[in-house]
Design a protein around this ligand. Structure first.
Ligand code: ADE
Length: 422
């Protein structure tokens, strides 16, 4: 048992061969990360460091883990969500790439936390988190391990919000770089990645026709914008709900209808939450849905829909497809997708490799930055250094075969001067 746990905990090692093929396929769309991996292989900048990573275990994450390992790090990986793991990838990582992985799709909450704990048992020097569960467990339950840590990175909006709360409470004990806030991350991954993969999850889970449906998108952050825009592209009539007045105006001027959730819920065919907040579809909203409404979430945690309320108010429930549970409430059918967990990673494969290329290039370069600069950093949440963000953008453009202009000397001077006007 000890031996097995040292190598990871995956569903079935037999799946490894197929997983390896899919990892290699994703790699063909990740040229920036591949270039970093080749440099890391030559320079070994992470030699001697142990990285504990809590990420969605996907083909794209596998290529990130390979990159960190190529840089000389020992890498241990667990899932950042119980339902997002790709079991073939977890098997390939553990057996083909020598990256012990603790992740099984559909694991219960106890196993999920046991897997995070197993990664911490390897005494990481650097944490790489997606949602802050690893960092939270480390600070709450394993503070003895904190002196080993030089820094961490965080992948997602929800995780950055939790880290900022820790910083405010003076609870955060080491520097963490908010990778989510790099332009090359959220402008692409959150918008185009979540946008496309959420619709992909909806279609794989249900096979519904999107055209002509009234689709409510709750939240108009970068993820919400992506989902709303892609749904419109497929012919849905999209309604946005917001609590932020500026974002609401933006949604209106982007051509979407905006209204309060209770009004939207009464007419919606499909409702998707992407707010990062709790009980966005509460008991009253769920009761007001029309017969046959489909509800799903693409935010990080499964608490945007009050599933406990849905269960307790429903007369019956049954699973009608792999990711579809039917509830009957006051005689009306409500369909919950993927247990309210992030739809794009539960019922589909998450964001496509071409956008994760930039997010994970940022991750790799931020880890290298931590190794080189940790002595100068405080226990705070840091932005991604602009030089890294721009480098990733330049590399991505070059990989797309695109060139852009640069400022002339005269234009640089013009930007510096405040005297010249009309
Ligand atoms: N988050 C969203 N999509 C992802 C993917 N494909 N891999 C890892 N993390 C993700």
């Amino acid at each position: 048992m000890q031996d097995v746990l040292a190598r990871g905990d995956v569903k079935d090692e037999v799946l490894a061969e197929g997983g390896k093929l899919r990892i290699e396929w994703a790699d063909t769309s990740m040229p920036v990360l591949s270039a970093i991996r080749e440099r890391f292989e030559r320079e070994r900048p992470l030699e001697g460091f142990t990285i504990g990573a809590c990420l969605h275990v996907t083909t794209e994450t596998a290529n990130l883990a390979r990159t960190l390992k190529a840089g000389g790090a020992d890498v241990y990986l667990c899932a950042s969500n119980p339902l997002s793991t790709q079991d073939d990838v977890a098997a390939a990582l553990s057996t083909e790439y020598d990256i012990p992985t603790y992740a099984i799709k559909g694991e219960d909450n106890a196993t999920y936390y046991r897997h995070i704990s197993a990664v911490l048992d390897h005494k990481p020097n650097i944490t790489m988190d997606d949602g802050c569960d690893l960092v939270s467990m480390l600070h709450k339950d394993r503070p003895d391990l904190l002196p080993n840590i030089i820094g961490g990175t965080e992948e997602t909006t929800t995780g950055v919000i939790r880290l900022r709360s820790m910083e405010l409470d003076k609870a955060l004990r080491y520097p963490v770089i908010a990778v989510n806030e790099a332009d090359t991350k959220h402008l692409f991954d959150n918008r185009y990645g979540t946008g496309q993969s959420t619709i992909d999850g909806l279609i794989r889970a249900t096979n519904v026709l999107v055209a002509g449906k009234r689709m409510v998108v709750a939240g108009y952050g970068w993820c919400g914008r992506g989902v709303a825009t892609r749904a419109r592209g497929l012919g849905a009539h999209v309604i946005v709900t917001e609590i932020d007045p500026t974002r609401a105006i933006e949604a209106v001027m982007d051509g979407f209808e905006v209204m309060p959730m209770l009004e939207a819920a009464r007419i919606a065919d499909i409702l998707i939450t992407v707010t990062g907040n709790v009980n966005v579809l509460d008991a009253e909203t769920l009761r007001s849905l029309k017969d046959g409404a489909i509800v799903a979430n693409s935010g990080h945690f499964n608490d945007e829909i009050d599933i406990a309320a849905l269960r307790s108010m429903s007369e019956t429930s049954r699973r009608v497809r792999e990711f579809v549970e039917e509830f009957v409430v006051d005689g009306k059918r409500v369909y919950l997708l993927a247990d309210g967990r992030l739809l794009n990673l539960s019922a589909a494969e998450g964001h496509p490799a071409a956008v994760m290329d930039m997010s994970f290039a940022d991750q790799s370069l931020c880890v290298e930055y931590l190794v080189q600069n940790h002595a100068k950093l405080e226990p705070q949440v840091y932005r991604v250094p602009e030089a890294i963000d721009k480098d990733v953008a330049r590399l991505k453009l070059a990989s797309m075969g695109l060139k852009i202009d640069s400022l002339t000397e005269q234009q640089k001077e013009y930007m510096r001067s405040w005297q010249s006007g009309t």
